[in-house]
Design a protein around this ligand. Structure first.
Ligand code: NAP
Length: 435
């Protein structure tokens, strides 16, 4: 019997478990550990609450989770309740699928002022992540600045802009919905250090900005390259740039009844955040592109008055003591997923935060092929029985998939009208609902 431990129950974790099932059939036992009592990682806490169709992929993971040879072991923190060394003693392979839940730091003066948030915190707040339930972002100011030109920047801008009615059918948590309902914000400025052709925004997500009830996007047509140059772009990015061109052409009259303007400020890099004890303004340097399409400063700068800055510049995998780590890229040091003998990584923990949820599927299948190549089955590993004994000794209150189903049932039962669920945002409430 092969014993595999997967750390992290997000997309990478579940695709890897699915691959292990397909590869080894009845001859494998997979334990998926998660520090939270609830599964699905990014699907629950990262994917925007108004993108429910993307979250539906959890149904596929549930099929894997409910099979006999795969088990969810929630509420177990690796590094605290059990160490990597201990797991390696118990399992033939340990696979880190821990994602990239930490923000890449915005390394400028003033980034530690109250009112500056990373996207992990802000997204975690509106998605009900227990770590950020008490964030209380100051939504009483007129201007919010978002740093970064990726899809997370778009998610954040859209969530800040939507009316209560536009959240119908979403699972945005009530603590966020209530304060977003009547915003003071009039301007949301999205800073991109490079230009329209260098955005990391996908067409569907960008296009959504044109259909908001109380907000409208604004692009300065002078920032757009010559239209002929669009032909050189990949089809996806070309479509996105087409949306930017449409935004630049929105007539002023159309803006009259829109109370929020989402302003794209290209060639604009943040250099300092300033204020007396809290964010009051951000200093921005005008940038240009060099011949490698990198952004370089022009020396010209200006300030934008604002009360909140949300940095959406990418994520990092949290390091684990004793596991080799590549600091520059914010992921585990690995060669095709191999970290050390018997220790692997997959998904964002392996390659960094890029691609879609589906990208993790081939990633999961590949890592299982690698594990199969390497695996020397000693037959004397204790696997899940050994883990259970260890956790019982340490009085860790594990949450199983069936326990999670009880939590889910309780979340569905307490949902507001039209919402799929009202998430518990406190670990103790999740545990209480699981019994
Ligand atoms: P991302 O796609 O890597 O975008 C990060 C952005 O931050 C880039 O525009 C980057 O600019 C900018 N940036 C990085 N460092 C910066 C700095 N120091 N100062 C100013 N700007 C800086 O990251 P993300 O938006 O966090 O998204 C992560 C992944 O999740 C992506 O694969 C994304 O597509 C995916 N995602 C998908 C969806 C969806 O499909 N609906 C939703 C959310 C996220 P440069 O290009 O100049 O480096």
């Amino acid at each position: 019997m092969r014993h595999i431990a997967i750390i992290g129950s997000g997309p990478a974790g579940y695709y890897t478990a699915e691959a292990a099932q397909k590869k080894f059939g009845d001859d494998v036992r997979v334990d998926i550990l998660d520090r939270l009592p609830v599964p699905f990682g990014l699907i629950r806490f990262g994917v925007a609450p108004d993108h429910q169709s993307i979250k539906a992929v959890a149904g596929r993971y549930e099929k894997v989770a409910l099979s006999d040879n795969v088990r969810f072991v929630g509420n177990v923190t690796v590094g605290k309740d059990v160490s990597i060394d201990e797991l390696q003693t118990l399992y033939d392979a340990v696979i880190l699928a821990t994602g990239a839940p930490n923000d890449r730091p915005l390394d400028i003066a003033g980034a530690d002022l109250p009112g500056v948030f990373g996207s992990a915190a802000f997204v975690g707040w509106y998605n009900g992540h227990p770590d950020y339930a008490d964030l209380r972002p100051p939504l009483d100011g007129r201007h919010v600045v978002i740093v970064g030109n990726g899809n997370v920047a778009l998610d954040v801008a859209r969530i800040l802009s939507k009316t209560r009615a536009e959240f119908d059918g979403s699972d945005i948590v009530s603590h966020a919905l209530d304060v977003l309902e009547d915003p003071a914000v009039e301007d949301i400025t999205i800073l991109g250090r490079r230009g329209p052709h260098q955005i990391a925004m996908t067409p569907k997500e960008l296009g959504e900005l044109a259909h908001l009830q109380r907000a409208t996007p604004r692009v300065d047509k002078d920032d757009l390259p010559d239209i002929g140059e669009d032909a050189l772009l990949e089809p996806g990015i070309r479509k996105s740039v087409t949306h930017l061109r449409e935004f630049a052409a929105i007539p002023e009259a159309f803006r009259a009844d829109k109370v929020i303007s989402i302003n794209f400020d290209f060639f604009a890099a943040p250099v300092a955040i300033e204020g007396d004890g809290k964010v009051e303004r951000i200093r921005v340097e005008r940038m240009r592109l060099d011949d490698q399409y990198r952004s370089v400063g022009t020396g010209e700068s200006y300030t934008i008055d604002c009360s909140m800055v949300i940095s959406c510049i990418g994520y990092q995998t949290p390091p684990i003591d004793g596991v080799p780590y590549e600091h520059g890229r914010g992921r585990f040091a690995n060669l095709d997923g191999r970290i050390l003998p018997g220790l692997y990584c997959v998904g964002w923990a392996r390659r960094g935060p890029s691609g879609t949820i589906g990208t993790n599927r081939p990633d999961g299948y590949n890592i299982i092929d690698t594990v199969a190549e390497d695996m020397a089955i000693s037959g004397d590993k204790d696997g899940r029985a050994g883990l259970d004994a260890l956790l019982a000794l340490r009085k860790v209150d594990i949450v199983t998939f069936n326990d999670w189903k009880k939590i889910e049932e309780a979340e569905i039962a307490r949902a507001r009208d039209g919402a799929p669920r009202e998430k518990f945002v406190r670990i103790e409430d999740m545990i209480a609902a699981s019994h």
